[in-house]
Write a protein that binds this ligand. Sequence first.
Ligand code: ADP
Ligand code: MG
Length: 729
Amino acid sequence: MMGETKAVPLEQAELSLVLGAKNAGALEKAFGYTTVGQFLWHFPRRYVDVGELTPIAELPFDEHVTVVAQVTNVSQRQMHSRRGFIFEVTVSDELDRNGQELKMTFFNGYQARQDLQVGTIAMFSGKVGWYQDHLQLSQPDYAILDTVAEADPRPIPIYPASAKMPNKKIRDLLSLLIDEMTEEQLPEFLPEQLLAKHRYPRRAKAYLDRHHPREIKHAYIARQRFAFEEAFMLQLSLAERNRAVGSQPAIARKPVKGKLAEKFDSRLPFTLTDDQIEVGREISADLLNAHPMHRLLQGEVGSGKTVVALRAILQVIDSGGQAALLAPTEVLAAQHYSSIKKMLGDLAEPGLFGEGEGTGVALLTGSAKTAQRRQALLGIASGETGLIIGTHALLGEHVRFAELGLVVIDEQHRFGVEQRDALRAKGEENVPHTLVMTATPIPRTVAMTVFGDLDTSTIKKLPAGRAPISTHIVPMQLTGYRDRLFSRIREEVAKGHQVYVVCPRISETAAEQGILVATAEDGANQTMSVEAMFELLSSMPSFDGVRLEALHSQLDSQDKQEIMDEFADGQIDVLVSTTVIEVGVDVHNATLMVIMDAERFGISQLHQLRGRVGRGGLPGTCLLTTWLDADHQSVNRLRTIESTLDGFELAEADLAERKEGNILGVQQSGSRSTLRELSIIKDRGLIESARDDVQELMKQGAWATKYPELFAVAESWIDQSTREFLNKN
Ligand code: ADP
Ligand code: MG
């Protein structure tokens, strides 16, 4: 059977050639696999060691156990009070052979009825309960075995399985593959010295150890090898990509004396912090290169990134280039536009032909009116507009730049690699420099995994005079606290300050309408909406005369803009909104941030929201309301926020609680769709050593010719857009 597949490496062979059409069809249906390689990567979720098995005679009540036993009796009875049946299985312990029996029940156990017959040997795991006069397992998990575990002392692999493709079937099919595998069929592609350095098994051995380990520790080492393999290939493809980007031509943007950048600096109403100066130097130096800058600028909310970016933008404009500032939302783009116009003053007024001092600054968003839009586009195309601010509308094909020299992307995590490339492509033959700004500190591991070796600058210290923000949890179950919440809002307004109230959703579902004030009883499963909160505040006598407004994404963008402008202008006292105000919005007079049902938000999100207050030298307060009990797990999370203002610490905490898949998010979408073994959370060390190894390899140069096997595999990792990139250059 294997003979036919010699021509192709085994991993690329069609499953049907090796396992037959029927099995291959079943595997495709169950898991979508079509090649041997995909199936070989169907690794066990865990292993059960014989040592972990519990003899029936020693079953501990109320604990989770695994037993290996043989079915001695099966029966079935109807339920009395409701529809359905109970399938009952009696098993006898095969480990000590002293005839101890155990009963198990399966409610509507159609599958169990099929799988478990008298004589079947299986491994069962579940929680030990008490029923009438005996111990039993109800609804246990089970995996059918060929023999009693005793006979085969090797650990038993437990695979992700389904009803149609149960564990035993998976093991049998994998055995067919693995028992006949040879080293020649599974050529190694990781460089020998790397395997030696990390003491990883070669591919064939690693598969064997993963699926049929002699001891669990061998499976663990094999697992490390496959996870490392993913980390290494990912780092390699990122390094290649960055190298490709870095070797492209760009125009060096030298500072020019007496022009906008200098004037701007001399007019700044504050002194730059040391971090801002240092980071500014790094960026300025990058801009002098004839290859594109590719830099990530990290800094807390309010750390002054925008000023830093603006100085770089002016350096580029002074030397004859244009800059585009890309924001994730229309609200934020508009905010940038107005605050940058204000900061620039008359530097944002293009002078008459040749004699003017300033440069045009324009806003272009998806909702711009046709005339407005046309004018913006003209200014960009003619070069009269030096700085264009907008959302992803800037990526549109009809947007032509006279000479795009710098792309600044705010809030990086919302943009994918593809979008960045789309903008970069607008530089025609010369590639614009790129600066990406993020206020969400990116944990080192994630930055490495997503960006590879992107250069990073960090603003660590906030500008002096920034008032501290104090954060408190408000337990809504306690009436006293609840009342205090509203009077606290009222007091802040009385002092002439402004308040944000953020709710997790926009409106009530039909069933909930009419319930405006949640009581302690229904509060727990009820989350506050913008509409309900708005109405609640409007209806409270103590809020008479308080100027309230509601803001959320379903309003049309002109309304949204008007509301934001009015709030910024101090014409609204309390703004009830969703997280549309999350990023970048800057209103100095806002001092109180109330977050309703705070447990509904992620750690980073809460931290971002909190950063909206305390920006104008006035101390800020953030109140996190929750209906949950004090000892609820999610309240712990809120305590983390309450206890620190350190964004990096919170980013790590956030990472630890997120599910793996969310981390790479859109950035991953271009490349091989998912990481299967590598965990960004748990495999930090592996990712770091893979990155070091890749750097070493790149230093040697010409790795593709030195390691053709590696290159062949790397090609499938290097994503489509990078490949196009490589082809173009
Ligand atoms: P970020 O974009 O990092 O959140 P901004 O650049 O919007 O921060 O800056 C927040 C506020 O702080 C702005 O009003 C800005 O003018 C002000 N600011 C920036 N740098 C300084 C500084 N060195 N000293 C005082 N205020 C500053
Ligand atoms: Mg900002």
